[in-house]
Write a protein of this length. Sequence first.
Length: 79
Amino acid sequence: MEAETAREGAGPGEARLVLGTVDQVLAELDVPVTGDRYAWTTVAGDLAALPEGVHDLRLTLHGAFRLAAFRLGGPGRTD
């Protein structure tokens, strides 16, 4: 999983992005301070073992940051 994020300052609390299903966390990404609300950076992390079958996904933002995009893909994928 990759996400394009921007975070002005440290502020109170942590900043992280969580991808999951109703009962399982699939990935957690810490969002670094970039210094400006438009200074975008890419953060990436591996997905945990995927559940079988069809599931709704939830993308939850914790803290004060901006999210421009996120991508899911397999190893070596560039699309």
